[in-house]
Design a protein around this ligand. Structure first.
Ligand SMILES: Cc1cc2nc3c(=O)[nH]c(=O)nc-3n(C[C@H](O)[C@H](O)[C@H](O)COP(=O)(O)O)c2cc1C
Length: 199
């Protein structure tokens, strides 16, 4: 039975983030949610969804512009919806968030996050496959000695998506219902929605 309409949006250059988003989408769907998987390049309108998951690859410390621009463009609508964000980047072992040295969110986007108030921003290990990289990318990862290989933790990804589905279950969100918390948020947001310009 369809219980809610969740958008899983991804911005991926070489496919690793797209595959993570696919796993999130599959897990949500298997949990009985009506979830849609979309590429940020398609620029879908968030208006017809009731919960959003956004995934972006990290390049040179920044989120992919398609994800960033989509979040900026739709921040008024998104600030009223349950939102989860994941970033796929660090390669190697250990806690992926720690390897970003405290910058789970790029500094330039902190004000946007303050406005959107995502329920969580999660960092997952990514994948680097040299045969898919162009010469400049190969030189860049060689310069920083980034470990090459597929470091994606599928168990952690599945678990995170399962947690999202549980949180959505808990809200009792249904296509025909409005979340009380959402109504409060909507009223507050109508009073003051500050639009942050991309820089
Ligand atoms: C040129 C280049 C720069 C990168 N810069 C970063 C970075 O600053 N931080 C990070 O965590 N990962 C970085 N990565 C790793 C990617 O984010 C990782 O490989 C990611 O999973 C790629 O996702 P995609 O295949 O969806 O594009 C970089 C990779 C390349 C090739």
């Amino acid at each position: 039975m369809e219980t809610t309409n969740v958008l899983v949006l991804y911005a991926s250059k070489h496919g690793a983030t797209r595959q993570i988003a696919e796993q999130v989408w599959r897990t949500l769907r298997d949990a009985g949610l009506h979830a849609e998987l979309r590429d940020a390049q398609d620029a879908p309108d968030p208006g017809r969804y009731q919960a959003i998951v956004v995934g972006t690859a990290i390049y040179m410390g920044q989120w992919q512009s398609e994800a960033k621009n989509w979040l900026l463009r739709h921040q008024a609508a998104l600030s009223q919806l349950p939102l989860w964000i994941f970033a796929s980047g660090p390669t190697g072992q250990g806690d992926p968030a720690e390897s970003l040295k405290g910058e789970t969110v790029p500094q330039k986007l902190q004000a946007l996050m303050d406005s959107l108030k995502p329920r969580e921003v999660r960092v997952f290990h990514g994948a680097l496959r040299t045969d898919e990289l162009n010469l400049l990318e190969r030189m860049a990862i060689k310069a920083v000695k980034a470990p090459v290989g597929d470091f994606r933790d599928w168990k952690a990804i599945e678990q995170w998506a399962a947690e999202i589905s549980q949180q959505l279950d808990g809200t009792g969100l249904r296509p025909s219902e409005t979340l009380p918390e959402l109504q409060v948020k909507t009223a507050a947001a109508k009073a003051s929605v500050s639009v942050i310009q991309a820089n």
